[in-house]
Design a protein around this ligand. Structure first.
Ligand code: 13P
Length: 330
């Protein structure tokens, strides 16, 4: 087994998953502002330390996805974050895309940028201790019009180019084509769009000769749009999500992780429980786990409010949620 395959597989250690803590400066600022916290660089460092410094997280976390700024920052223990995470057996990863830009031929749709100087940045991230990476593309559903085939194709092409480059730099790629939960669409429409998104992605990966053995897919669950007025049972979510994954994701991929996408922490936990149980029943060929940002952070952030005296209560809430999400894996 190559190093990359073993790193990728280690992220699926039993009962463990990945914390996405890779919010860009822009997203972290908006997220913290929504909890009344004004964020500069030091406050963002404290925000990361709130989660990474919680005692015992290594029981539930195999990896944490960092933002590039965080790779160079230190925790309250005075150690650089990647170093203290590695010492506790948590693999440090890094988000390497540089956000989105409009697709020129369909400007309502977004394509992800960041390929131009990627190879130099990867060398730097590797030196700083990262062992895996993430690239996120967004897929917006609007009626039967969006997404366009052109947007799906361009995003898939860039995801494939990213994966190829990352593997040749000796890092594991996580590919995240996020089908957005926001919208009025039905669950059936979300299912069709996820299927087309993944079909396009895996055909481009094959064309680009990406080694699937060290590829991790980060996917949305199949859900009725958040403004559809419909709520899905975990069993409905699990059945539709797994049907698409079994149809579109080759058995060789190292594993599949789920994003939470704006679901409540309980919804993301219960849907994961149903998906994991059904995957076991149907003998799905790949391991599955979580890679949540909001669903893991939300309860802790509501308690923290940027105040040092709230750190113990916020960390306790984070650990409690981690315990529930980990238990949902079965
Ligand atoms: P959410 O779990 O909040 O969707 O975030 C996951 C992620 O990594 C988004 O890029």
């Amino acid at each position: 087994m190559t190093d990359l395959v073993s790193i990728a597989r280690s992220l699926f250690a039993s009962g463990k998953g990945i914390l996405a803590a890779d919010e860009s400066v822009h997203t972290a600022t908006a997220r913290l502002a929504s909890y009344g916290v004004e964020a500069g660089e030091e406050m963002r460092r404290q925000y990361r330390d709130l989660f990474f410094g919680a005692e015992g997280v290594e029981q539930y976390l195999s990896g944490i996805i960092l933002f590039s700024e965080t790779l160079a920052q230190k925790g309250d223990d005075k150690k650089r974050f990647p170093e203290s995470l590695s010492e506790r057996g948590i693999a440090p990863g890094v988000k390497v895309d540089l956000g989105t830009e409009p697709l020129p031929t369909s400007p309502e749709e977004l394509i992800t940028q960041g390929l131009l100087d990627l190879s130099e940045r990867l060398q730097e991230y590797k030196k700083q201790g990262a062992v895996f990476t993430k690239w996120r593309a967004v897929v917006r559903i609007d009626g039967d019009q969006l997404p366009s085939a052109a947007a799906l194709h361009e995003n898939a092409k860039r995801l494939a180019a990213y994966a190829k480059e990352v593997q040749s730099a000796g890092l594991v790629p996580i590919l995240e084509p996020e089908v957005l939960y926001a919208g009025k669409h039905s669950r059936m429409r979300a299912r069709a769009v996820l299927s087309e998104t993944l079909g396009t992605l895996f055909s481009l990966l094959e064309e680009t000769a990406v080694d699937l053995g060290s590829v991790i897919l980060k996917t949305s669950m199949v859900l009725s749009g958040s403004e559809s007025g419909k709520s899905d049972t975990p069993e409905e979510v699990a059945a539709d999500t797994l049907t698409v994954l079994l149809e579109q994701v080759p058995a060789e991929v190292a594993g599949i992780v789920f994003l939470s996408g704006g679901q409540t922490p309980d919804q993301a936990t219960e849907n994961l429980r149903a998906i994991a149980a059904l995957a076991k029943k149907e003998n799905a060929p790949w391991p599955l786990t979580f890679s949540y940002a909001r669903a893991l952070q939300e309860e802790a952030l509501a308690l923290w409010k940027g105040e040092p005296e709230n750190v113990p209560a916020a960390r306790a809430a984070f650990l409690k949620r981690l315990e529930k999400v980990s238990a949902a894996l079965g």
